[in-house]
Each structure stands twice: as structure tokens, then as C-alpha cells.
Ligand binder design. Structure first.
Ligand code: UD1
Ligand code: CA
Length: 464
């Protein structure tokens, strides 16, 4: 197979999205539409891709560069004069390229690389190969015109005669075009159509007149383009099903695929279990034996082997070590690092804190900017007072420390190895190793005082 270059058309605004964001940057499973298309072209064997940009071109370029680096180049289409014109704009970027050019639209995220590869192979030495598909409601799509079975042209929906409108075979927009033919044929395009644009689809008639068209049938379910938010949602559903199925077939427990949202850049090892209503966003890694229970939302989180996230855990940019346990209803903010077998429980919040092996933050606590050693117990309602209104300060709890419930540790502060902080203390000074820190008023009991007090209150109430 000779060298194939991808050309992806992504200059349009996509007005039907009714969005400040250009259409091709809307996301499906954590990647923009155009990233999906460029990835598919590369997976199908394109050595590099030229992306034609126009609307919000800086944003589109930045997004693609971040993922693909130098494997993408950009061509600018200043005015959107149609898909044929957009393709012509890419030609200077592929000067000298011999072989075929895979031309795709930047709004078809489901394109399967295998189909693109098959299209390249089937096109062989023909001038132009294209994918066609049958669809129940063809409105909006270009129709495939055939004569004696052979493709002769594509007619755009708005240029169709009533008979042509009834054709159910449509153009999803996947083309493999020989570079020399492409250079010659775009020169011949005219704008003699309802929109006054240069149509890429007119190349099909030119190639067909020379008897050099190859057509491949594809499945419309994988070829859908996105024009509005409803189509975006539907394509999202298709992508989700594809991702969930791949994980399930690879041995991941996906309890309810319909409510499981996993971004494309997540990794999950076999024998992890994902319960209903879970969202894994960005780049999560879930190791074998981990369980993510219902309603948990994780962004860029690593969950190591055998860790358990009870329902409704929200976590981002954190590591949850092997056999650790989180939740229910815990919030791990960025740079939380939980060691092996550690625990963060009900209604606790953590941020930028290392929690050592076997340590526990089980109930209603806030630990921010902390260094917690091994075997530490942080009691219910403990607060790391890390912020003085200007700066953040560190709380260090050495190995084996016990912090009694409802204590406040005013940072910067260190509690030494094995020390004990009595419940209800406000600790403002370092605590030496093995010491007991108590900072609360001493308790005094006044015997029989409660009933006297009650009697006094009742008398006051009677008096009015
Ligand atoms: C196009 C096809 C139609 C096909 C349909 C499939 C043409 C003339 N028609 O129509 O046969 O059935 O896709 O979805 O090609 N773009 C540019 N510059 C432009 C115009 C478009 O870069 O000047 C880009 C858009 O950003 C988009 C893609 O090309 O990513 C397709 O454009 P769109 O306007 O959606 O084409 P359709 O009218 O849907
Ligand atoms: Ca379209």
C-alpha cells in the first residue's frame, strides 16, 4: 500500500450547534469530534493529517497539536466556500505527495478505522473510492446516483429532483482520492448549485466519467455526522456503547452499560467492576479487582488493585492505593495520594494530602495540605486549618498519631510520632512524639443542677 495522507475538513462553524464552541470541538467521550476523526485516519494508516481550519482556528489547532504534535499540519480556509474549496485549500500542504488522500469531514467521530482501511485497500489504483450507506431517512444527505449498478454521481439533498430525493443510498462523506486526480479535478469544480458552493461531491461524477470509481458499502450507524446537539447526543450514546462493550469483552465488569460513562483515554484492567451511574473522565486508570460503586465521578484518578470506592465518591487528580477504601460520599480533590489499605470515609474532603499506609480519615473530616504517616487515625469532624486567608500551610501527622474527634489542627503544625490529641482540641503548637495534647477547658459537673435549671425555666414561662 502506498503512502496515504489524511485531509480532514474542519473549517465550518456548525451554526446548528448554536454554540460559542465550533462544532468540531464539541466532545464525545472526552475527545473532540475532530480528534476522533484524525485518530481514525491515523489508525487506518495515514502517515500524517492535514486539517483544514477556519472558524476558531486557533482553538482547533491547539486541541489537535496537544494530542498529535507534528503528525498534524494545518491549512487555512478563510471563507467557507464549500467542501470542494476546503479540500483545495489543503493541497499546498500535500505538494509532492504521490498516492491517495483520505478525505474526511471533521464531524464524524464514530468512523471505524477498519472501514477506512478497507476503503483505502478497495480503492486500489482507482481515482476515487467512496463509502456509501443506506438509511431510512436520507434527508439532508447527498444521494448516491447509480446507473447499471455503477456509481455515477452524488447529488446534494437541496439539488435533488423529487425522484432523486427518494433514493435511500447516501453519502456519509468518506473518500479516498488519488492525489494527481484530486489536483486536476478540484480545478474543474464550479459553484453551479443551490448553495453557490464548490462541492467535493462533484468529484465523484468526474471520476465516474473516467470509469474510475470504487464504492464500498458501510453501516450508517458508524458513519453519522454531527450537525446539532441532538445528533451529538446520539453519537455520544453510540460511542459509549462501543467503549463499554470493548471493556466488558476484555473482562471489565460493566454492570449497566446504559448508565456508564467512560472517556476514551481511560484504562481499566480486567476484573475491575464499574457499577451503574459511574463517570470516568479524562485519563483514569482502574486496576484489577478495584470496585467503583454507583454514582462515583472520577477525573484523572488512578485506582489501584483491590481498592473500593463506595457510592457517590467524587475524586479528581488523585491516586487511591491498593486495597484502599473511599466513601460513601467522599470528595478527594487534586493531589490526594492514598496509601495501601488507607481509608477516607463518609462526608470527608481531602486536598493535596498524602495519607500513609493503613491510615484512616473516616468521618466528616477536612484534610488539606497534609502529610499523614502510616497507621494514623483522624477522628470524626477533624479539620486541618490549612489556610490563613493568604497562604496555605502544611499539617504533618507522623506515624501512629491519633487525632481525637472534633479537633482543629492549625497549620503549619507537626504532631510527632505516636502522639495523641485529645478530642475537641484546638492545636496551634507542634506536639512532640508520644505526647498527649489537650487544649480545651476542664469539665466541671454541678450535681443536681439540671432539674433546678429546668424548674427555673418553667417558672419563667408561666409568668409569661
Ligand atoms: C456533506 C456532503 C454530503 C454528505 C454529508 C454527510 C458536500 C457538498 N456534501 O454535506 O453529500 O451527505 O456531508 O454528512 O460535501 N467544511 C469546511 N469548509 C467548508 C464547508 C464545510 O471545512 O467550506 C467542513 C465542515 O466543517 C464539516 C464538513 O466540512 O466538518 C462537512 O460540512 P457540512 O456543511 O456539514 O456538509 P453537509 O452539508 O452536511
Ligand atoms: Ca454535515
Amino acid at each position: 500500500m502506498s503512502d496515504v495522507v489524511g485531509v480532514v475538513l474542519a473549517a465550518g462553524m456548525g451554526t446548528r450547534m448554536k454554540s460559542e464552541t465550533p462544532k468540531v470541538l464539541h466532545e464525545v467521550a472526552g475527545r473532540s469530534l475532530v480528534e476522533w476523526v484524525v485518530q481514525a485516519a491515523m489508525d487506518a494508516g495515514a502517515s500524517r493529517c492535514v486539517v483544514v481550519v477556519g472558524h476558531a482556528k486557533e482553538r482547533v489547532e491547539e486541541t489537535l497539536r496537544a494530542r498529535f504534535g507534528d503528525r498534524v499540519a494545518f491549512a487555512v480556509q478563510k471563507e467557507q466556500r464549500g467542501t470542494g474549496h476546503a479540500t483545495a485549500c489543503a493541497l499546498p500542504a500535500i505538494v509532492g505527495h504521490e498516492g491517495h488522500v483520505l478525505v474526511l469531514y471533521g464531524d464524524c467521530p464514530l468512523l471505524p478505522p477498519a472501514l477506512l482501511k478497507h476503503t483505502i485497500e478497495t480503492t486500489g489504483s482507482a481515482d476515487l473510492g467512496l463509502v456509501t450507506a443506506r438509511i431510512a431517512d436520507p434527508s439532508g444527505y447527498g444521494r448516491i446516483l447509480r446507473s447499471d449498478g455503477a456509481v455515477t454521481a452524488i447529488r446534494e439533498d437541496r439539488d435533488c429532483s423529487p425522484e432523486e430525493k427518494a433514493i435511500l443510498e447516501v453519502n456519509p462523506g468518506v473518500y479516498c482520492i488519488e492525489a494527481g486526480f484530486l489536483r486536476e479535478a478540484v480545478e474543474l469544480l464550479d459553484d453551479d448549485n443551490d448553495q453557490g458552493e464548490l462541492y467535493l461531491t462533484d468529484l465523484v461524477a468526474t471520476a465516474a466519467a473516467r470509469g474510475r470509481v470504487a464504492a464500498i458499502e458501510g453501516d450508517m450507524a458508524t458513519l453519522r455526522g454531527v450537525n446539532d446537539r441532538w445528533e451529538l447526543a446520539q453519537v455520544g450514546q453510540g460511542m459509549r456503547a462501543r467503549i463499554n462493550e470493548a471493556f466488558a469483552r476484555a473482562g471489565v465488569g460493566i454492570v449497566d452499560p446504559a448508565t456508564t460513562y467512560i472517556d476514551a483515554d481511560c484504562e481499566i484492567e480486567p476484573d475491575a467492576t464499574i457499577h451503574p451511574g459511574v463517570h470516568l473522565r479524562g485519563k483514569c486508570r482502574i486496576e484489577a479487582g478495584a470496585v467503583i460503586d454507583s454514582g462515583s465521578v472520577l477525573t484523572d484518578v488512578v485506582v489501584e488493585s483491590g481498592a473500593v470506592l463506595l457510592p457517590y465518591t467524587v475524586a479528581s487528580e488523585s491516586r487511591i492505593g491498593p486495597k484502599a477504601s473511599v466513601g460513601p460520599f467522599s470528595h478527594l480533590r487534586s493531589k490526594t495520594d492514598m496509601g495501601e489499605g488507607s481509608k477516607v470515609g463518609n462526608f470527608s474532603e481531602t486536598k493535596k494530602t498524602v495519607i500513609g499506609k493503613g491510615s484512616k480519615v473516616n468521618h466528616l473530616a477536612y484534610v488539606g495540605d497534609g502529610q499523614i504517616g502510616e497507621g494514623v487515625n483522624v477522628g470524626a469532624g477533624v479539620i486541618f486549618c490549612n489556610y490563613d486567608g493568604v497562604q496555605k500551610h502544611t499539617t504533618t501527622l507522623e506515624d501512629g498519631v491519633f487525632i481525637g474527634s472534633d479537633s482543629q489542627l492549625v497549620a503549619p503544625i507537626t504532631v510527632g510520632k505516636g502522639a495523641y490529641v485529645a478530642s475537641g482540641s484546638t492545636v496551634t503548637k507542634d506536639v512532640p512524639a508520644d505526647a498527649l495534647a489537650v487544649s480545651r477547658t476542664r469539665q466541671s459537673n454541678k450535681e443536681g443542677y439540671a432539674s433546678r435549671l429546668r424548674a427555673r425555666f418553667q417558672a419563667a414561662k408561666k409568668k409569661g
